[in-house]
Design a protein around this ligand. Structure first.
Ligand SMILES: Nc1ncnc2c1ncn2[C@@H]1O[C@H](COP(=O)(O)OP(=O)(O)OP(=O)(O)O)[C@@H](O)[C@H]1O
Length: 251
């Protein structure tokens, strides 16, 4: 198996005496759609930020498309695209200017930058809002432009943090279609999510993370096991809480 992302023994503490990431191991097969699920505070974002080369691990290694991230972060970043939960964008640029700027920073000439920006704005259904300032964009529009910025240099691996949170069904469909297209062209998609039906629908494999560690990993059907849905398997695994008889009786 060729791996698109490999993380071995990743640890990170923020100095409060606990491990936000506590010995994470991951191996994402190239060409897969890979989901990272886990409750709030499980360490998903911290893990992803160490893998993409913006947060240095206390211990452990990560590689992207065969390139070790921390010895060679520039080369690793050439091969990946990153979409943060709330993408950091230049608020006073228009969507088109943002895309063209990202393309120029990635070394493209102006003609290629214009061509790719035009294509992305079209498939993301953003032609009408391309001249509007990003500060005036809705969250769904920000997420779409964030995805376009991450794709414009044609990465091999795309990493997304909660891409579907707070998106309406139309935006969700637009994002899914583009991710499917990227994967069909040989790319690898890794994303964290709490939205288990999206993980179940899109992913080949999933890892469930809790307390900074991978608890279970495998093909979606394996992780679901005997549970009726992946959501139920997730709750069974990481614990939910049943309300007792008398609890909240005042409600
Ligand atoms: N910059 C930081 N400084 C201090 N603690 C942090 C920092 N970033 C994350 N943490 C802590 O690390 C732990 C893991 O956080 P992380 O954001 O990685 O979880 P997550 O699984 O992405 O959660 P969510 O699903 O809510 O986004 C949490 O306890 C969080 O409070």
């Amino acid at each position: 198996m060729t791996t698109a992302i490999e993380a071995t023994g990743l640890y990170k503490s923020f100095g409060d005496g606990t491990w936000a990431v506590d010995g994470m191991n991951l191996a994402v097969p190239a060409g897969s759609f890979y989901g990272i699920a886990g409750p709030n505070g499980a360490g998903k974002t911290t893990t992803l930020r160490m893998i993409i080369g913006v947060l240095r691990p206390d211990h452990g290694q990560a590689s992207v498309d065969g390139v070790e991230v921390w010895p060679d972060p520039r080369e690793a970043k050439r091969r990946l695209g990153w979409v943060a939960d709330n993408p950091a964008l230049f608020e006073r640029l228009s969507g088109r200017e943002m895309l063209e700027y990202a393309a120029l920073m990635r070394g493209m000439d102006a003609q290629e930058a214009d061509r790719r920006a035009t294509d992305l704005l079209h498939v993301l259904d953003m032609e009408d809002s391309q001249s509007k300032m990003i500060a005036d964009y809705s969250l769904g529009m920000r997420k779409r432009i964030g995805l376009a910025v991450a794709l414009i240099h044609r990465p091999r691996v795309l990493v997304l943090d909660e891409p579907f949170g707070s998106l309406d069904p139309v935006n969700t469909q637009v994002m899914e279609d583009l991710l499917q297209r990227f994967r069909a062209n040989g790319g690898t998609v890794v994303f964290s999510s709490h939205v288990m039906d999206v993980v179940e629908r899109l992913c080949d494999r999933v890892v469930v993370v809790a307390d900074g560690r991978a608890r279970v990993e495998g093909a979606v059907a394996e992780v679901r096991g005997q549970a009726p849905t992946l959501q139920q398997a997730f709750v069974d695994l990481v614990g939910g809480r049943d309300l007792g008889e008398g609890e909240l009786s005042w409600l």
